[in-house]
Write a protein that binds this ligand. Structure first.
Ligand SMILES: Nc1ncnc2c1ncn2[C@@H]1O[C@H](COP(=O)(O)OP(=O)(O)OP(=O)(O)O)[C@@H](O)[C@H]1O
Length: 578
């Protein structure tokens, strides 16, 4: 269905712009009718009645005024439509971004980035024609012919009947052909999305493809994907051209039927010439909105097809939008409790976390240790709110995290992931990301604590230095320090750290680690620990195995009581010495 309620509801607050555009379209058509009326009178008066210029001066003036007003209303219609479209596209993109960010990194990873980018850019752009051309035309195609009929009916019943009989032919053809085109359009859009996702994958994986000498196969695959898209696009265009042709022929024949009916009566002398001319001039205008609807039908279908994908992205419920009730006010400095928490990933049979209960004590350092795949990251992602437990509770003090607004809780957290992301903006902005209202001096002081200030101030542009995409103009150690500066600036009460495992030389690693220990002072810290030093210094170590807590305690205690822990530490020591 081309009149999609969900799409129409996007107009929401911009209804005034939409209806203004519609009213301007209707007024422009009213002045087209006036133009036809005055023109028919001018021709009749000058050629049949032999009136002088002086005598037709008034009608000429009215004709010119109608022409000017028509042009003015078309201009205004375009302005209102453009404003409407800009607003809708802006709201839609904001909506998509908000929804994507509320999904959290785990769900986003399961989406294909290329597809999201295609939807965000091309998909939203496709709606431009839907709102600026198709939707107003849908209303105008219903209203303008009625308006013309209103003027023609009193002058000639036969012409009005021909209009009424022939008018449905164009929409009928349009919907018949359109239903075929609609399916083709959906397929074309799916192919385009897949192609974008594939290109994005290839772009990101170019070094890997080069390294494994797979460039040729990839080029062949690109050729195949592009060819499929070309064939599907041509199919859509073929149907679009065919539909335009059919609509043109149908409207031309209809106008011809009216012309013959009028001509015969004129020959017989039983029809007034001025009225006949008026109807003849106005006849193409009767079919014009229907034909234009046919032309924009293609744009409308593209918009609906694109919206199918967009709606998937904006429908994802923002589960985090919960309001805090007064009894759930967040207090300061509380311990965090995992109470019998379980979680299984969508595409897995075994739970990643299985009935886990643990306490992350306030003001203390808790380290998670365990083999790869044991569930450490999943536990941390739960605390960060990226994953919700499917059973059990996570509590901050007495407050269930499920019952509070996650963004409020997140304000209390600093996160140092293994590979911090730097954005393609200045160093200043990258550090300020953790505290929007920080001053320049705050940023410098945080950078000093993170021991990155000297490096930054020696750069030609200092804190205004542009960071390349994903920080590619900085080393792994430097990126870690910038992330550390973010954490110092944020000065949050809870710090979540996924300890870096690679990319750092021993000296840098030692310095960064020392820096981190300074940051941990008097904070509630949860670390996914990979270093013996960190583990030894932790106030509590939680040993994770196959999604369960195997043991917990201090390093010395665990070395005595847990064989499994001893084995883990042996492996860590081996890794560090290799
Ligand atoms: N997005 C995901 N979708 C499906 N399964 C996942 C996903 N992320 C993790 N898993 C699975 O969940 C289990 C726990 O993974 P998790 O990443 O929490 O382990 P980890 O202890 O942090 O491992 P590592 O030390 O290697 O980072 C593993 O079996 C893993 O394969």
């Amino acid at each position: 269905m081309l009149f999609d309620r969900r799409l129409f509801s996007l107009i929401k607050s911009d209804k005034i712009q939409f209806y203004s555009a519609l009213i301007c379209g209707l007024l422009a058509s009213a002045f087209t009718i006036s133009q036809a009326y005055f023109l028919s009178r001018i021709i009749n008066n000058v050629f049949l009645l032999g009136h002088t210029l002086e005598r037709v001066k008034n009608i000429l003036f009215l004709f010119a005024a109608a022409s000017l007003l028509k042009a003015a209303f078309i201009f205004l219609q375009n302005i209102f439509s453009s404003k409407l479209v800009v607003e809708i596209k802006k709201n839609l993109r904001e909506n998509i971004i908000t929804n994507i960010s509320s999904l959290g990194p785990i769900k986003i990873k399961s989406e294909r980035t290329g597809e999201i980018v295609n939807t965000l850019l091309n998909g939203v752009d496709k709606l431009e024609d839907y709102f600026s051309k198709f939707l107003p035309q849908l209303f105008l195609a219903a209203l303008i012919p009625l308006m013309i009929l209103f003027f023609v009916l009193p002058k000639d019943l036969l012409s009005a009947i021909i209009f009424i009989v022939t008018a449905p032919i164009i929409p009928t053809f349009m919907f018949l052909i359109g239903s075929i085109a609609e399916k083709l359009n959906q397929k074309q859009w799916t192919t385009l999305s897949r192609m974008s996702a594939y290109f994005f994958d290839v772009l990101q994986g170019i070094p890997t493809l080069k390294l494994f000498n797979r460039t040729k196969e990839t080029l062949k695959r690109i050729e195949d994907v592009t060819n499929i898209f070309r064939i599907k696009t041509l199919k859509v265009l073929r149907v679009a051209f065919l539909s335009a042709l059919v609509l043109e022929v149908a409207s031309t024949i209809s106008v011809a039927v009216i012309a013959v009916a009028i001509g015969l009566r004129l020959l017989n002398g039983d029809f007034n010439f001025a009225d006949a001319l008026f109807i003849l001039i106005i006849a193409p205008e009767f079919y014009l909105p229907l034909r234009q609807l046919g032309v924009s039908y293609h744009a409308g279908m593209e918009g609906v097809a694109a919206f199918e994908r967009i709606s998937l992205l904006i429908q994802t419920k923002n589960e985090n939008q919960k309001t805090i009730s007064s009894e759930h006010e967040l207090k300061e400095n509380q311990s965090i409790v995992f109470d019998n928490v379980s979680f299984t990933y969508e595409d897995r049979n075994e739970p990643a976390i299985n009935s886990v209960s643990l306490v992350i004590e306030k003001g203390k350092v808790t380290a998670l240790v365990g083999q790869t795949g044991s569930g450490k990251t999943t536990l941390m992602n739960m605390l960060l709110g990226f994953i919700k437990p499917q059973s059990g509770k996570i509590k901050y003090g007495n407050v269930d995290l499920n019952k509070i607004e996650l963004n409020e809780f997140r304000k209390k957290i600093s996160w140092l992931p293994q590979n911090p992301h730097l954005f393609n903006s200045t160093l200043l902005e990258n550090i300020k990301l953790s505290k929007e209202d920080a001053t320049y001096d705050d940023v410098v002081s945080a950078a000093m604590k993170a021991k990155i200030h000297n490096l930054i101030s020696n750069l030609p542009n200092g804190y205004e230095t542009k960071v390349s995409e994903a920080g590619s103009n900085f080393s792994g150690g430097e990126i870690q320090r910038i992330a550390l500066a973010r954490a110092y600036l944020r000065n949050a009460e809870i710090i979540c750290v996924d300890e870096p495992t690679a990319n750092l030389d021993p000296e840098t690693e030692k310095e960064i680690m020392n820096n981190m220990y300074e940051l941990y002072q008097e904070k509630t810290v949860l670390i996914i620990a990979h270093r013996l030093k960190t583990i030894e210094k932790a106030d509590k170590i939680i040993v994770v195995k196959d999604g369960k807590i195997l043991d917990e305690g201090k390093h010395d205690e665990l070395m005595i009581k847990s064989e499994y822990y001893k084995k883990l530490i042996d492996e860590i020591e081996k890794d560090m010495s290799s």
